[in-house]
Structures are given as C-alpha cells and as structure tokens.
Design a protein around this ligand. Structure first.
Ligand SMILES: [Zn+2]
Length: 331
C-alpha cells in the first residue's frame, strides 16, 4: 500500500527511508545489496532514501586516515563505495526517489571529506551518520569543518539527533532535517520521563493489565496474589483515575489506589513510583495540552498500559517536540 497510505501521511509531508545501520553495526559488511535497498525504498514509495552506510562507533578528532583504527577507515570507504553504487542505480532505474548520501567519519576532517566526495558523486542532500554518541560541541565542530566544503544548496540531515536547544545553530550550517525516535519511545521505554510538556516531563501512571503483566502473572500462579483481587485492584485504579480526572475523586484517593495496585504487582521490595505519580496527578498536564489526543483521551493518555495507548502518548510527545521546533523556527 506504500508508506504514504500506511501512515496516513498528510499532503505536503514527505518520507525518508534508511537502512537502520545500528542493527548491523557488529557485522563486517552491511548485509544488504544496493538493489535490495532500492527495491525496498521504491516498493514502499518513499520520497527520499539514504544510501547504505556502515557506522563508525568512535570519535578521534586528531587522527587522520593512516593513524586511525583501520576498521574505521574501511567503514568510511565502504559507505562511500555504496553511496556511489546507490546514486548510480537510482539514475540507472530512472527512479523518482531523491537519493540521500550517507556520510560517515570519526573526526571533523573525515566527515568533511566524506561530504565533499558525496557532492562530487552528485548528491545534493547528505545524511550525517554515527553522531548519536557525540556531544553537541563535537557535532558543531564537524558541521563547521563540513561548512568549508559544502556547496551552496547542499542540504544536511542529522541521523538520530534531536537536540532541540541546538537546532538553531545546526540550521546555520545547512542542516534542514533530522530524525529521532526518542520523544516517541520515551513514552513507553523510559523509566520516568514518559509524558512530555514544553518545560517538564512526567511519569506515566502504571496500571498494567492483569493478564498481560509477566511479574503479576507469576505472583498469581505462585499463589502470592489472588487473581480476583488483582483484577479488582486494576479496575479500581482505572475507575478512580477517571473519577479523579472528572473532579469526583481526590488526589490522595487516586494515589492510594495506585499504591495498592503497585504493591500487588511488584510485591513489597521493588522501588515505588508513587511520589512521581503524585506529581503527575497534581499537574494533570493533559488538561492544558492542546493536542487532539489529550483532548480526546484525558487522563487515559497518561496511563501506562497496552501498546496502542502507550504509543498514543508517544504521538502526544511528538506534538510537544514539534511545537518546540516551531518556537525556534520563529524566534
Ligand atoms: Zn497532548
């Protein structure tokens, strides 16, 4: 059905595919061929696609090609070779895909050299990879060096980087796009920072489903917890939280039912989230959030439970990220 239909992308929103180079970081050579990747991009009807690259997992600003770990130098050459084949095949096929060249490096100079070669190959958009572990000043040092060779009109993409506070500076060096899953994934992967607002982040209220929570299942099977008791506590939590949201139950009441269920799920020994839940409930940030999801789901957006619900909170986080970006764009 294609990416556009599958994700119901609105008109004017474009898509960029890449190879997920972190998934094969341990292999000596990327496991896909240029043809396979191009088939994938075209099959999914991406607007743009990044050439196959091989991540260099280290930063040594002082070392040149001959001093650095030979495996790193080789990975950079592999990435450039694949980029050459990739743009060649895009042209060969007469593909409508916008080819994006992936630049790898271990230093500002090696990144700049990669960018310069990709430009010679004909790339007008270049994705900088392997920068996720770098500190912001290191990224900026690379961008400064790249700027010395960057042709007018060459656009840069930062793979896996969301540093909203530095985005204005990145923009000055030709960065026009970036990608990151962190705001989305934090909704259900982070221990505490699950629900974002412009200035804070809150812990989502964990109310796991009795029959889908492995720890609780074990406690029920071993006879430590009665199933009926667990089901009652789970329902009581949901009911009370929704009453709290309507102003019909008090804060302490809501905190108390969460504490009862938490003790049932975890047993007495594990750390408690109750203080974080209290902070979330006191602030009730979904009440003032302008996003369509919070308006529709109320407190349910902040309840940590099944996958769909948790991903919805991820999309809320993305709306917060977007509005922060707009602020920077307009400042
Ligand atoms: Zn929201």
């Amino acid at each position: 059905m294609g990416i556009r239909k599958f994700f119901r992308l609105p008109k004017g929103m474009s898509s960029l595919g890449d190879c997920g180079a972190f998934n094969y970081i341990d292999e000596e050579y990327p496991p896909y061929t240029v043809d396979e990747v191009l088939d994938f991009y075209e099959g999914c009807r991406f607007d743009s696609g990044v050439s196959i690259d091989h991540v260099i997992f280290g930063f040594e600003p002082g070392l040149d090609e001959h001093q650095v770990d030979p495996a790193w130098a080789k990975r950079r050459r592999i990435s450039l070779d694949l980029a050459e084949q990739f743009i060649g095949e895009v042209r060969n096929r007469g593909s409508l895909l916008e080819p994006v060249g992936a630049a790898q490096g271990w230093s500002p100079k090696s990144y700049a050299d990669s960018v310069s070669r990709l430009q010679e190959l004909g790339y007008q958009r270049i994705a900088l990879g392997g920068m996720v572990p770098l500190k912001t000043p290191e990224i900026l040092a690379c961008l400064q060096e790249i700027d010395l060779v960057r042709s007018e009109g060459t656009e840069l993409h930062l793979l896996g980087i969301t540093r909203v506070d530095s985005m204005g500076k990145f923009k000055d060096y030709g960065v026009t796009s970036f990608d990151s899953t962190s705001a989305f994934r934090q909704a259900f992967m982070d221990d505490r920072n699950n629900y974002h607002t412009r200035d804070f982040s809150f812990t989502a209220l964990r109310v796991p489903q009795v029959d889908a929570n492995p720890a609780l299942k074990r406690r029920i099977l071993s006879g430590g917890v009665a199933q009926a008791e667990a089901v009652a506590a789970e329902r009581n939590c949901l009911k009370c939280l929704r009453s709290f949201d309507r102003g019909e139950a008090g804060l302490e009441e809501a905190v108390e039912v969460l504490a009862v269920y938490e003790a049932l799920v975890n047993g007495p020994k594990k750390k408690s989230y109750i203080d974080f839940y209290r902070r979330t409930l006191e602030a009730a940030p979904w009440k003032s959030c302008p996003c369509a999801l919070c308006k529709e789901h109320g407190i349910d957006i902040a309840i940590f439970r099944g996958s769909e619900r948790n991903k919805r909170r991820g999309f809320h986080n993305l709306t917060v990220l977007e509005s922060k970006m707009r602020e920077i764009e307009n400042s």
